[in-house]
Design a protein around this ligand. Structure first.
Ligand code: M6R
Length: 600
């Protein structure tokens, strides 16, 4: 996740670029940069950290009259957040900003004899463009040839002294919008930077590319002919734009999951194989056990991961709540890999647990969403979840991407430890590649949950129950509900209900039963029957119709438990959100909570 902006016109170029980047800062803020071209004069500034640093660094840039400019705010995927890795990237006479991941950048890089200065995937774009330009002497042709070579996801803006008054643009997978008024042309990753500037906007489709100048705009389809521009009035206000039209950031983030899970996998998963660029061969040598430590939702992801690591890689794995772990005088053995999971990378208890593990000489690995955070800086290795900034206090996309990283890790270790056949690895990777589908919110499902939510606003509590992998998911479903609805909810292992909690069963006790058809279906069915027999109100979530359920939420038919897991995750998140909305709560900022808990 990064944000990009562009400008063509005679107005305040620098002002638009910097203000636009401010609007997009939520998409990433580990570094930022701008490049402005006025005839042959180039002004470029880059800075690490928040946008304010770039504002300071670009103070001396003064522009007057016509020019073109591009800007970028970065969320590192390849290469550390340094000034050299910050965009715009430059060749000899051209400059580029890019949001996305170029999957085949290594292959392209190997074929270019340009001078590379960054560790990013993006830099190949500008060198490739210049190579083609030097051959054809035609900027448009060179840009078209460049785009044809790129695999992966991108929104690209490129300016060049070879054809100085234009912006070359392309989109695939990552968002890009063109805006215009009578005098100026704008580009941005979302509507927000365009509000107050553009009167009309065109939302680019995947595989579209083109070239814009002050007076002309050409649009093409990659591999096809011309495409049609269809500008529409821009009428929305700022807050609406930031939320992408959703009522809450949480809702936007739930809907985003099906895209961001693709970012989590990008360049890491293909059919039959999983790898992480961040982890060198041999890193796991000598590891015979794994301990996972985290808080809240991240702990639930970790607990899910412990089932996956044990099952797939046959490696003893335990998952612990960081605040408990710290004071129990844990026995830490050097053959144990210590994994910490954190969305923010700043959670105090998780950070302290990591320090303890490091002090005991364990190998450490962070699974984190925020590059350059305290946890990332301290851990030996980090796998970034690439979920993009999560604004809702109730974690959603951070959770599903954390679980994905753990699933991939389990498979990588299974491969290294030869605990699975290639056939089984193929099966797992095929399922992974289907997760974007499983996380897709179906409108009819959302509608059903909206309606259903009105029946769950009272009562004396909720039990979310599940077995195996669906037990941590039940914990997560309960946490989601309690933190935003303020209703009492507990997650419980379904088989454990009869050891005490079943005493609470009555019609005012709501049981949310996770009933996957692919994992222990008959077992969970018996547990739910026991509750139904004691008159608990049952809401079952699964594919198979369950006759004893008072309410039934049907998910799609999947053949892999993890796909059922992901489908159900969305159901639980939406259900909690709809109940909280009906209760009139501020879903994004629930009472008494903070997004990042940096105190013990
Ligand atoms: O940033 P972290 O993942 O370390 O945060 C851990 C918890 O504070 C966090 O998951 C919290 O439980 C969320 N509000 C849950 O939605």
């Amino acid at each position: 996740m990064c944000g990009i902006v562009g400008y063509i016109g005679e107005g305040d170029i620098k002002g638009f670029l910097l203000e636009g980047l401010k609007e997009l800062e939520y998409r990433g803020y580990d570094s930022a940069g701008i490049a402005i071209l006025q005839n042959d004069n180039l002004h470029i500034a880059k800075a690490v950290g928040k946008l304010d640093n770039l504002i300071q660094k670009s103070k001396n840039i003064k522009t007057k009259g016509f020019g073109v400019g591009i800007g970028h705010t970065r969320w590192a995927t390849h290469g550390k957040p340094t000034e050299l890795n910050a965009h715009p990237h430059q060749g000899v006479f051209s400059y580029v900003v890019h949001n996305g991941i170029i999957e085949n950048f290594k292959e392209i890089k190997a074929q270019l004899d340009a001078q590379f200065v960054s560790q990013t995937d993006t830099e190949v774009i500008v060198h490739l463009f210049e190579k083609y330009f030097n051959q054809t002497k035609e900027a448009k042709k060179a840009f078209e040839q460049t785009i044809k070579r790129l695999k992966g996801a991108y929104a690209i803006l490129l300016i060049t002294k070879a054809d100085p008054n234009k912006i070359f643009f392309a989109k695939k997978g990552s968002p890009l919008i063109i805006g215009k008024n009578e005098k100026e042309i704008f580009f941005a990753s979302s509507d927000a930077p365009l509000i107050g500037h553009a009167k009309e906007v065109h939302y680019l489709e995947d595989d579209e590319w083109g070239v814009a100048s002050a007076h002309t705009m050409e649009l093409y389809k990659n591999g096809g002919g011309k495409s049609k521009l269809s500008f529409q009035p821009l009428t929305i206000d700022k807050e609406y734009a930031q939320k992408g039209g959703y009522r809450f950031f949480m809702e936007k983030e739930i809907y985003e999951q099906s895209d961001v899970i693709g970012d989590t996998m990008m360049g890491r998963v293909e059919e039959g194989d999983v790898h992480f660029e961040e982890i060198e061969e041999g890193f796991f040598d000598g590891i015979d056990a794994i301990k996972i430590c985290a808080c809240g939702t991240s702990y639930h992801a970790g607990l899910s991961g412990s089932y996956l690591l044990q099952r797939l890689a046959r490696i003893p794995t335990s998952s612990e709540i960081a605040s408990e772990f710290r004071y129990k005088e844990p026995i830490l053995r050097k053959d144990t890999l210590f994994i910490v999971i954190s969305q923010s990378g700043e959670t105090a208890d998780t950070l302290e647990a990591l320090k303890m593990a490091k002090a005991a000489g364990l190998k450490t690995l962070a699974i984190c969403n925020v590059d350059n955070s305290s946890i990332v800086r301290l851990a030996d290795r980090t796998i970034l979840t690439r979920a993009g900034i999560e604004k809702g206090v109730a974690s959603t996309k951070a959770f599903t991407t954390q679980v994905m990283v753990l699933w991939m890790l389990a498979l990588l270790l299974a491969k290294q430890r030869a605990t699975l056949t290639q056939e089984k690895i193929d099966e797992e990777t095929k399922a992974m590649l289907q997760t974007p589908k499983a996380l897709k919110v179906l409108p009819q499902l959302h509608e059903r949950l909206k309606r259903l939510s009105k029946r769950y606003l009272h009562g004396h509590g909720f039990f979310f129950i599940g077995r195996d992998l669906f037990y941590p998911l039940a914990l997560e479903g309960a946490l989601k509900l309690k933190e935003i609805s303020y209703l009492h909810a507990e997650g419980y292992p379904a088989g454990e209900m009869k050891h005490g909690p079943i005493a609470l069963a009555d019609p005012e006790l709501f049981t949310i039963a996770l009933m996957p058809r692919t994992l222990l279906y008959d077992k969970i069915k018996s547990n739910v029957e026991e509750l139904s027999a004691r008159d608990s109100t049952i809401c079952s979530i699964g594919h198979e119709w369950f006759e004893l359920a008072d309410d039934f939420i049907q998910i799609r038919r999947w053949t892999h438990p993890m796909l059922e897991y992901y489908d159900m995750s969305v159901v639980l998140q939406l259900l909690a959100m709809e109940i909280a909305i009906r209760l009139g709560n501020d879903v994004d900022m629930p009472r008494n909570l903070a997004k990042s808990v940096t105190v013990e």
